[in-house]
Design a protein around this ligand. Structure first.
Ligand code: F6P
Length: 367
């Protein structure tokens, strides 16, 4: 019987619980034992805390994941774990995997978490060797675990990985952004004010761009379209006084063409004073409301379908198979090589389509 573990890692995202539920139940359905690693890589590194009598790697039954679909966050916990990025942390993690008899690991997280997983898999033989040579494990103990089988699922609100149309959580965060901008619009119109709304996304502008399209924002700053030197004049030209409301959306990673950060305060100061605009302006940082809360239907569906596929992928993998992740492309759930997607993400921005960008932004209100 194979022992398959699932873990969530990095920033939580809506839909991660759907993944955990799908992996646990599919594994059991296909005759395997299902495990959860609690608290991300931190839990894998610790394994068991003797003092607190806590096991971070726990076997799961069918009923243990009841109700998971409709709850937000990740119920098995997550962490941004520095120890795992050191070899010593990975040695401890490998030991805990062997001691608990885990054959395969399914990880739902962002590109950093998945890159860490690929490294863990590449180092696996040397980690086992070192554990045996140090006397932490015996040759007999490691013998059944010669190959580590890992599959990734992209859980992130940022939608920042190439090779998949959507990451798990992105549409929930986008829905939350729209809801929040709608609320802000009501008060902005009441006071004839301007609002600069900062949205998450780290180095990626997908949430900001789609949020701007979906709410009809007046102006937008995203890292993939670094603003030219004349951005101040450009913005002042677009945003005229006399409108009842003005909404500017700024991605947290917004840049100018020299790579300098454009901040909400810079934009606010300009709206308030620049070129005679003199708008009564407020800044709203949406922050973690974008990440919390329940998942929209799309993310529950995506997490479930991809979770099922991830279990099938670990059962079909051979030692020669590259580390893969589960993608959705043109509405089909597929397996793709992980590191190629990570590399492509670093080389080409996912969402540049200048023409569509300009077309969408031209639909703003003029009065
Ligand atoms: O990657 C998801 C994300 O929410 C980013 O959009 C944001 O930059 C970051 O995580 C915030 O991280 P933390 O929750 O650790 O502050």
């Amino acid at each position: 019987k194979k022992n398959i573990a699932v873990m969530t890692s990095g920033g939580d995202s809506p839909g991660m619980n759907a993944v955990v539920r799908a992996v646990v139940r599919t594994a059991i359905h296909l005759g395997c034992n299902a495990y959860c690693v609690y608290e991300g890589y931190r839990g894998l590194v610790i394994g068991r805390d003797e003092e607190k009598q806590v096991d971070y790697i726990r076997q799961m039954g069918w009923e243990d994941v009841r109700g998971y679909l409709s709850l937000g966050g990740t119920l098995i916990g997550t962490a941004r774990c520095k120890e795992f990025f050191e070899r010593d942390g990975r040695l401890r993690a490998a030991r805990n995997m062997v001691v608990n008899g885990i054959d395969a690991l399914i990880i739902c997280g962002g590109d950093g978490s998945l890159t860490g997983a690929d490294r863990f898999r590449a180092e696996w033989p040397s980690l086992l060797e070192e554990l045996v040579s140090k006397g932490d494990l015996t040759k007999e103990q490691v013998a059944p675990f010669q190959h580590l089988n890992i599959v990734g699922l992209v859980g992130s609100i940022d939608n920042d990985l190439s090779g998949t149309d959507a990451t798990i959580g992105a549409y929930s965060a986008l829905a939350r952004i729209c809801e929040m901008v709608d609320y802000i619009e009501a008060t902005a119109s009441s006071h004839s004010r301007a609002f600069v709304i900062e949205v998450m996304g780290r180095h990626c502008g997908w949430l900001a761009l789609m949020g701007a399209v979906a709410t009809g924002a007046d102006f937008l700053f995203i890292p993939e379209k670094p603003r030219e030197d004349n951005w101040k004049e450009e913005m002042c030209q677009v945003i005229k006084t006399g409108k009842r409301k003005t909404i500017v959306i700024i991605a947290e990673g917004a840049l100018d063409r020299h790579g300098n950060k454009i901040t909400p305060t810079m934009v606010k100061d300009l709206l308030a004073d620049g070129n005679g605009l003199g708008l009564d302006t407020r800044i709203t940082t949406l922050g973690h409301v974008q990440r919390g809360g329940t998942a929209v239907a799309y993310d529950r569906m995506l997490g479930t379908l991809q979770g099922v596929e991830a279990v099938k992928a670990v059962l079909e993998a051979t030692p020669e198979t590259e580390t893969c992740f589960i993608a959705i492309t043109e509405n089909k759930i597929t397996r793709k090589p992980l590191m190629a997607a990570v590399k492509e993400t670093q080389e080409v921005a996912k969402l540049i389509d200048a023409q569509r960008f300009n077309e969408a932004m031209a639909l703003r209100d003029t009065e």
